[in-house]
Design a protein around this ligand. Structure first.
Ligand code: BYC
Ligand code: FE
Ligand code: FE
Length: 471
């Protein structure tokens, strides 16, 4: 078991005090991080007491404690899951060799790129969400937003620790760059597309935490399989925190859908907007938008990068070790529908080249479970409406379907038809304006905005009416 130093300048369980050079380097980065937080973190509320959880361990039920804290005083720390003794590389060309405690020279550049890409998403999401506090539907939701934000900040720390410890001067430069790029910036954007999309209303926020944080779950899980042990251990603990982020998105969407169904029933003409709520088709359009952008986060369906990551033992499939018996993925194929001269043709692709698609499929299945539950919730309110996921080819900007146009069922259609039906399938400017008009903040304990249902229970056994943020 690792020992925890929770009172150090940088709380950690990696014995930072024993490595003075590393400690100094990270303590040098710390104020840069804080300036970034002050500039790009949540707009307002920085001097308020927020009921937040902070990691104080890495396993068991009591890995976190809850207390009031001001966000800039949050104890962002470096926590790795406990080491598994005699751990071996469990897939790819190095199968069965001891897991690496240092960076293998030949994979140095690749590994750094993966860590930088992962790290980049964490501050990006905080930037995208920075104005949401100003329109929060309740104190409960406001607190959840800030909980997600501070933990994404901690995830950045997790990646910066790896860059500083294992990648020398280049790693330190990358750590600075992680604070220099900006979500949505024309000159210095974040690396992945979904993290440059605006997220200025709460419907988008819940879609983001449902779909983008869930990409985080699958990417982190595949990196938790990594033969580079420090990365594996870091990701394993990040997954513990990630569960709450997905909970926020999943239950947030369910609460909006439920309320929409209630308002649809209430209105004589069945129009939820007339009752100040969000109509079900609008919610579906936001789901279509964020789901499709998040599918892009898995990279191309056919990818030599993905093949290289797998071969090198850096990035496995979802639950690689537990779930599969064959771990080389050699001499196997996966069928993928390839666009060829205006048609879709099924082709057998070398399995290693299809690793992105394997992970994406597991992700889609996971999303589908929530969708089924949401439909039931809507129907239990007496409204006949089914929430659906668009076909994974719909509205893609990365991979083999990018640049082509598909309908919601994945049929190839003309650009003209897509343009004609776009407002039916994806959020329009009018939708965004409408959301902006109804999203007025509600900051009194126990009260909630009209367009969303209250949660079933509060945080850490407290009531919904608990004062989660002291204003
Ligand atoms: N946007 O072979 P390809 C999270 C680039 S979320 C822009 O298709 P590859 C979180 C790609 O970089 C989890 N560019 O893709 C959630 C490559 O560029 P180069 C984040 C994209 O490399 C919420 C080119 O296209 N973690 O934690 O197999 C809140 C062709 O590459 C995109 C990770 O992503 C895109 N969507 O796979 C907070 C894990 N997709 O080489 C946090 C680390 C691809 O031509 N990343 N490209 O310049 C990876 O494992 C891989 O880089 C990817 C892409 C899965 C992202
Ligand atoms: Fe994260
Ligand atoms: Fe997250």
């Amino acid at each position: 078991m690792s020992t925890f130093d929770l009172h150090a300048k940088i709380p950690n369980n990696v014995d930072l005090a024993a490595d003075r050079r590393l400690q100094r380097a990270l303590e040098h980065w710390q104020p840069h991080y804080l300036s970034w937080w002050n500039e790009m973190g949540p707009d307002g509320f920085q001097d308020k007491d927020i009921y937040l959880r902070t990691a104080i361990g890495v396993s068991g039920d009591d890995w976190a404690q809850f207390d009031y804290v001001r966000m800039p005083d949050y104890r962002w720390g470096i926590f790795l899951a406990d080491q598994v003794p005699d751990r071996k590389v469990s897939f790819g060309d190095h199968l069965g060799q001891p897991a690496w405690q240092e960076v293998p020279g030949e994979h140095r550049t690749t590994l750094r790129r993966i860590i930088v890409t992962q790290g980049d998403t964490e501050p990006a999401s905080v930037e995208q969400q920075r104005r949401l506090g100003l329109t929060a539907p309740s104190l409960y939701d406001l607190r959840n937003l800030f909980q997600v934000n501070v933990e994404e900040g901690r995830h950045l720390w997790a990646m910066v620790y790896l860059l500083h410890s294992y990648f020398g001067a280049e790693g330190r430069d990358e750590a600075e760059e992680l604070l220099a790029r900006r979500a949505g910036d024309a000159d210095k954007p974040r690396i992945l597309d979904a993290f440059n999309q605006p997220c200025n209303d709460w419907l988008s926020f819940f879609c983001f935490t449902m779909f983008a944080d869930r990409d985080g779950k699958f990417q982190l899980a595949s990196l938790a399989e990594s033969g580079f042990d420090p990365l594996s251990r870091t990701c394993r603990f990040m997954l513990t925190e990630e569960a709450h982020h997905m909970f926020v998105g999943d239950t947030g969407l369910e609460r909006i859908l439920r309320r929409s169904a209630q308002l649809t029933r209430l209105d004589p003409a069945g129009d939820a907007r007339a009752q100040g709520g969000i109509d079900l088709p609008t919610i579906q359009r936001f789901i279509n938008f964020w789901f499709s952008y998040c599918l892009d986060l898995f990279g191309s369906e056919v990818s030599t990068n993905a093949s290289d990551f797998f071969a090198a033992g850096l990035k496995g499939r979802f639950n690689e070790e537990k779930r599969y018996t064959e771990h080389t993925a050699l001499n196997q194929t996966k069928t993928i529908w390839m666009p060829r001269a205006g048609q879709l043709v099924a082709e057998d692709i070398d399995l290693r080249n299809a690793m992105n698609e394997c992970l994406r499929e597991d992700y889609v299945d996971d999303c589908q479970n929530a969708i089924r539950r949401w439909s039931k919730a809507v129907q239990s309110e007496g409204v006949d409406f089914e929430v659906t996921l668009p076909n994974p080819r719909f509205h893609r900007h990365q991979g083999i379907y990018a640049g082509l146009t598909f309908d919601l069922r994945g049929n190839l259609i003309s650009q003209e038809e897509f343009d004609r039906r776009k407002a039916e399938w994806l959020p329009s400017t009018a939708d965004l304006e409408y959301l902006r008009s109804i999203m007025q903040p509600v900051y009194e304990p126990g009260r909630i905005a009209n367009w969303i249902a209250p949660p079933k229970k509060g945080i850490n056994n407290n009531e919904f009416a608990f004062e989660y943020v002291k204003l």
